[in-house]
Ligand binder design. Structure first.
Ligand code: NAD
Ligand code: DAU
Length: 352
């Protein structure tokens, strides 16, 4: 048996592939378009490992997906592939519609035809797991209850709207065609191999480079941070024990204002790699223009996944942030590689 992972050269997908194979899971076929966010160096440790078959391609390429399904006969598809950065969706929304909406539709449709031709035993075992985000639920006020799975969808950015559309398609394919799907809606991830356009790796990268640490608006926006390895164990648990057609929220019980997150990272860096001029990294913090339509607060109520699936995060915020800073300090070659040409163009455009 194999599983088909899409977007497995991106941040969460690569962590999932590495963790899955390390734990002795079935072979993986990894379909990834290798956009600016996909990086095969994240999977360098799998070189020569026959349990990892990489295929460069688009989830929206129906013929390619159909032939991969025919050839490898996976018992599950885990869909990580997406355009994932909110700021980029504000500059150029169309790529998000193409991959997140049209791409997910084509993948679902290929899965539907593949599923229909399986034996009854294989049908019973098959799963389509769609990896989604808490941003589909919109923005919370400070005293609002955290997102449950029944919260109304109120996406506010082109990114979250495109993910919301993909979630609805996944739901519809279950109700209409009985495709055995499960959807996960997760909060903000951090950890190894995250492209330094997202807050946490950007702050670590800029701090070490002696550059400003950009804080949007007043820095009081709240995110619920989860270590990526915990997201991967949650996906695995939902794949094994999640109920068909259900949605599971995944969160870290770690709500923090952005300003506090940045200060925490600076404090860890002060310990691990003090500035040579004796100053603190926090001196590099700079307030910049806010993100248009910036969501104020996200928070996950993880009751359902705990009760039904028995999953909870293993990492504490302290251990997760410390591990992450250490990883970036130890892996400057990876960072150097991903922060070449395209990255510099993005930073120039976004922080001009
Ligand atoms: P990422 O941007 O780091 O990686 C996305 C990967 O998908 C890249 O390898 C890219 O090359 C690939 N890709 C893009 N378009 C493709 C296409 N058309 N066909 C095939 N591959 C394509 O994203 P990430 O942070 O790893 O997020 C993975 C998934 O998890 C996304 O669906 C995202 O919406 C969701 N998610 C992310 C977070 C987070 O905090 N990063 C939180 C919750 C949910
Ligand atoms: O909540 C889950 C989502 O988390 C995922 O679905 C997205 O794919 C992922 O990118 C992430 O979205 P955010 O927009 O929350 O993440 P980002 O790291 O871009 O920003 C985190 C917070 O930090 C947000 O409030 C914006 C702020 N920020 C971000 C950057 C890049 C800054 O203040 N300065 C910055 O330079």
């Amino acid at each position: 048996m194999t599983i088909l992972v899409t977007g497995g050269a991106g941040f969460i997908g690569a962590n999932f592939v590495l963790d899955w194979l390390k734990a002795g899971g079935e072979p993986i076929v990894n379909l990834d378009k290798l956009t600016y966010a996909g990086n095969l160096e994240s999977l360098a440790s799998l070189k020569g490992n026959n349990s990892h078959v990489f295929m460069r391609g688009d989830i929206g390429d129906a013929n390619l997906v159909e032939s991969l399904l025919k050839q490898h006969k996976p018992r599950a598809i885990i869909n990580f592939a997406a355009e994932s950065h909110v700021d980029r969706s504000i500059h150029a929304p169309e790529d998000f519609i193409q991959t997140n909406v049209v791409g997910t539709f084509r993948l679902l449709d290929a899965a539907r035809h593949y599923f229909a031709a399986l034996s009854d035993a294989d049908k019973a075992a098959f799963r389509f797991l769609h990896v989604s985000t808490d941003e589909v639920y919109g923005s919370l006020e400070l005293n609002d209850p955290a997102f449950t799975e029944t919260k109304r969808y109120e996406p506010n950015s082109p990114y979250s709207a495109s993910k919301a559309a993909s979630d609805h398609l996944v739901r519809a394919y279950h109700h209409t065609y009985h495709l055995p799907v499960v959807t996960t809606n997760c909060s903000n991830n951090y950890g190894p191999y995250q492209f330094p356009e997202k807050l946490i790796p950007l702050i670590i990268h800029n701090a070490l480079a002696g550059k400003p640490l950009p804080i949007y608006g007043d820095g009081q926006q709240i995110r619920d941070w989860l270590y990526v390895g915990d997201h991967c164990t949650a996906i695995k648990a939902v794949l094994e024990r999640g109920k068909l057609g259900e949605v599971y929220n995944i969160g870290g019980n770690n709500e923090r204002a952005n300003l506090d997150t940045v200060k925490t990272l600076c404090a860890i860096l002060d310990q691990e790699k003090p500035r040579t001029d004796g100053k603190k990294y926090a001196a590099q913090m700079t307030f910049v223009k806010d993100r248009p339509g910036h969501d104020r607060r996200y928070a996950i109520d993880p009751t359902k996944i705990l009760k039904e699936v028995g999953w909870r995060p293993a990492e504490t915020p302290e251990s997760g942030f410390a591990k992450t800073v250490k990883w970036y300090l130890d892996n400057d070659a990876w960072v150097k590689n991903v922060t070449s040409g395209d990255y510099r163009n993005w930073v120039a455009k976004q922080y001009a």
